[in-house]
Design a protein around this ligand. Structure first.
Ligand SMILES: [Zn+2]
Length: 101
């Protein structure tokens, strides 16, 4: 929290303005309260909105599951996504059609 404030506070155009909020952080090691300006709060909101979990590879179009592996393979229903997934699915359909009597 302190490092984030240090990184963005120098760009506050109204550094003399009163803090608009107090952000408290409590951990096993102790606690701290940071008075933050409107500028810092806005920066925090943007940073949080921009964050994406590295494991987030989208949503499965088949089951709506949110756990696609690094090969875009749905862990819940098995559906493959992406270009490779489409090619494999098309191939599987073609093979199945050829094998049908
Ligand atoms: Zn799925």
């Amino acid at each position: 929290m302190a490092a984030f404030i240090d990184a963005v506070a120098p760009y506050d155009r109204q550094p003399e303005a009163d803090p608009v909020a107090m952000v408290g952080v409590r951990t096993a090691l102790g606690e701290a309260v940071f008075p933050v300006s409107d500028h810092v709060i806005r920066a925090m909101c943007k940073a949080l909105a921009a964050y994406r979990d590295p494991e987030d590879r989208g949503t499965c179009v088949e089951c709506g599951g949110r756990h696609l592996d690094e090969n875009l393979h749905c862990q819940e229903c098995g559906r493959l996504h992406g270009i490779l997934g489409q090619v494999i699915a098309q191939h599987a359909r073609r093979v199945a059609a050829e094998e049908a009597p």
